[in-house]
Design a binder for this molecule. Structure first.
Ligand code: COA
Length: 337
């Protein structure tokens, strides 16, 4: 058995910055409300015509991650792509990345549909493949294009102000020393709350596609994401805490052993709740939701990349990744860097 380590990281966000004041010009909201409830100051939105999609952003993040890993792109054995906003209904973006990045022509590509927990689920799957010796180097991507699918009117303000576009990527590689790299991952879901944070259409369960074409109604709210914000918040703080503790316990670690916690950037208030509960110093937790909003499957790899590039993660550090989101799904990863 082997371990897997993160051998390269990269991220990409669109250049276009959308501030809270910009949003207040198109819907009834304001900077004070958004910052007070979520901590978000600005987010990135793709610009129509610039050509950025979930796949192209994922490709740009992946290019950087592969470059940092020092590997040749032909050494990538497998692709895992996590997103809730794929370019196409099918096929998923994994195969598009394989083509657009010019990776080996017939390697496998897997798409993960676990929303905010997508990146944690994806690295967990990659870790299992590497542990068993099946693959040596796996490209894992989390990428989201939210802005084109949000209700940018006052009706959608409770959801639309939170989400932003962007992509993050990691290369996971074989690590012979089993005391290093990814020590464990823990994954959970609770499907009974599936609709509490969801986008119902254009799922095939909503209605016959012929009906959609016949009477496509722009006011049909099921075409926009729905979130029961307070219910999500209450569950998030409980599940984040549980799954971090579960990971630590499985490795005989204490909260005080955490050198860096990278929580999914759902809401700064959720991260602060966890920080306070675990009594972590500002150096033990990384947040960038202020600048990017919630980028769902991309948030953990973007934050991880930034924290690493800012020198906040060093060799030998215990790094904890944790996420909670739609499904509900949640998970954690404990990494010895
Ligand atoms: N700007 C101004 N006012 C807004 C607003 C906005 N963008 N969005 C909602 N409001 C209003 C509401 O209409 C409501 O007004 P009312 O009291 O007159 O009815 C009021 O603000 C309070 O709304 P509510 O939804 O109760 O706010 P909240 O305190 O629960 O905060 C969230 C909303 C979304 C910020 C909060 O619930 C949250 O962060 N939830 C978790 C979200 C999350 O993490 N999602 C991702 C999971 S991965």
């Amino acid at each position: 058995m082997y371990n897997s380590k993160i051998s390269g990281l990269g991220y990409y966000v669109p250049e276009n910055v959308v501030t809270n004041d910009d949003l207040s010009k198109v819907m009834d909201t304001n900077d004070e409300w958004i910052q007070e409830r979520t901590g978000i100051k600005e987010r990135r939105h793709v610009v129509k015509g610039d050509g950025d999609t979930t796949t192209t952003m994922g490709v740009k993040a992946a290019q950087k991650a592969i470059e940092k890993s020092g590997l040749d792109k032909d050494e990538i054995d497998f692709i895992i792509f996590a997103t809730l906003s794929p370019d196409y209904y099918f096929p998923g973006p994994g195969v598009l990345v394989q083509r657009d990045l010019g990776l080996k022509r017939t390697i496998g590509a897997l798409d993960v549909r676990n929303q905010c927990s997508g990146f944690i689920y994806a690295i967990s799957v990659a870790d299992q493949f590497i542990k068993t010796g099946m693959y040596k180097n796996i490209l894992v991507i989390g990428s989201e294009l939210h802005s084109t699918g949000l209700d940018m009117t006052t009706r959608g303000r409770a959801v639309s102000v939170i989400f932003g576009d962007g992509a993050g990527a990691a290369v996971l590689s074989r690590e012979e020393d089993t005391t290093k790299g990814i020590l464990s991952t823990h994954l959970h879901s609770e499907g009974q709350h599936a609709e509490e944070l969801s986008l119902i259409a254009p799922g095939m369960g909503k209605r016959w596609v012929t009906d959609i074409i016949a009477d496509n109604d722009p006011n049909d709210e099921s075409y926009y994401p729905y979130m029961n914000g307070q219910f999500v918040f209450k569950n998030a703080v409980v599940r984040f805490s549980e799954v971090i503790m579960e990971g630590l316990k499985a490795n005989n670690l204490q909260v005080s052993d955490i050198d860096m916690l990278i929580p999914h950037q759902a809401n700064l208030r959720i991260s602060q709740f966890i920080q306070q509960k675990f009594q972590l110093s500002n150096d033990q937790i990384y947040n960038n939701i202020m600048r990017y909003g919630n980028t769902t499957a991309a948030s953990v790899p973007i934050a991880l990349t930034e924290a690493f590039e800012e020198g906040k993660i060093k060799e030998g550090d215990t790094v904890v990744l944790a996420a909670f989101g739609s499904g509900f799904t949640w998970g954690s990863a404990i990494i010895k860097w």
